[in-house]
Design a protein around this ligand. Structure first.
Ligand SMILES: Nc1ncnc2c1ncn2[C@@H]1O[C@H](COP(=O)(O)OP(=O)(O)OP(=O)(O)O)[C@@H](O)[C@H]1O
Length: 288
């Protein structure tokens, strides 16, 4: 099965299949040429149950460092459920049970010795809807480093706030209003503020659950560019409904269907030469 779902550089549509599946994705706007890192997170036979009902079945997946991994698949297939296993957010859902093993740098994240609060600083999360605290822009970013003791003085904290906002591509837009409410920013700016807040506690992994679904195309493009820059420093996992977005921002893609991981591989391979019929049907819009 050889298909070209990417658009050609001149804007014309790429190959397509003999049967003519729609060309669905723009070329990856990946500017960063940084190589993928070693495995950061290793999931082995991970299953999740909600009040005894199984939502995720035996997922085994390696997630490399310094890489954007996209989780795609139709609604309800378990993408968010799997994402939440990586920072133990399912622990916060009454009746949820996770089995199997998830290691980060070889360490079992579900071990009793692991403090979930510290884990969630190492594995930050960005949600669909921007959720800044009802505090100033400065306080949104300073809060985490302060409670985790990452700055010894006010000037150190100022530096962390500035560096985090710069890395999130927001500094220029907010430098003169750091003490205004974070909730007064536009949706796209709020999402970058939330990313700055995650970055401020020096995470190793950033999980993103449909981070652009509430944003307009311009704000989405900015977040996608930011994701591409961030991947040089972090392991990023993004849930997206947009296959074009997965093709643009990720280097690895995992396709889920009905709670199972169907196929994973380099994004270009998944979108041009999927091994599984179900993947092909999904990426060509036959279901989902
Ligand atoms: N908190 C919860 N309590 C009970 N069932 C849940 C909960 N969260 C998810 N589920 C169920 O688990 C299954 C997988 O849901 P999940 O949200 O992980 O899928 P998804 O692929 O992320 O979907 P979507 O793309 O619509 O966000 C679904 O059947 C869903 O109804």
């Amino acid at each position: 099965m050889k298909f070209n779902l990417f658009r050609a550089a001149d804007g014309t549509e790429g190959g397509g299949s003999p049967a003519g599946p729609p060309v669905i994705a723009a070329p990856p706007v990946v500017h960063s040429s940084a190589p993928m890192g070693p495995t950061k997170i290793a999931a082995r036979d991970v299953s999740v149950f909600y009040s005894g009902k199984q939502a995720l079945y035996d997922v085994t997946l390696d997630i490399p460092d310094k890489t954007v991994t996209a989780l795609i698949g139709p609604s309800g297939c378990g993408k968010s459920t799997f994402l939440r296993t990586m920072n133990r957010m399912n622990d916060t859902i009454p009746g949820a049970k996770v089995t199997g093993r998830i290691e980060m740098d070889g360490e079992d994240i579900n071990a009793k010795s692991v403090d979930p609060v510290l884990l969630r600083a190492r594995v930050g999360m960005v949600f669909q809807k921007p959720n800044p605290f009802p505090k100033t822009i400065y306080e949104n970013v300073a809060y985490g480093p302060r409670i985790h003791g990452l700055a010894a003085s006010k000037s150190e904290l100022d530096s962390v706030v500035e560096a985090s906002l710069k890395r999130a591509g927001l500094w220029e837009e907010v430098a003169d209003r750091l003490h205004s409410p974070g909730t007064g920013l536009s949706g796209g700016q709020q999402q970058r503020l939330v990313i700055a807040r995650a970055i401020a506690v020096e995470p190793e992994v950033i999980l993103m659950d449909e981070p652009c679904s509430a944003l307009d195309p311009i704000a989405t493009a900015k977040i996608e560019e930011l994701i591409d820059e961030l991947r040089e420093r972090y392991c990023i996992v993004i849930v997206t409904h947009s296959m074009a977005q997965a093709a643009r921002v990720s280097q690895r893609t995992a396709f889920f269907h009905m709670g199972r991981l169907v196929e994973t591989g380099d994004t270009e391979d998944i979108f041009t030469n999927p091994r599984e019929r179900r993947t092909l049907d999904y990426i060509t819009g036959r279901f989902g």
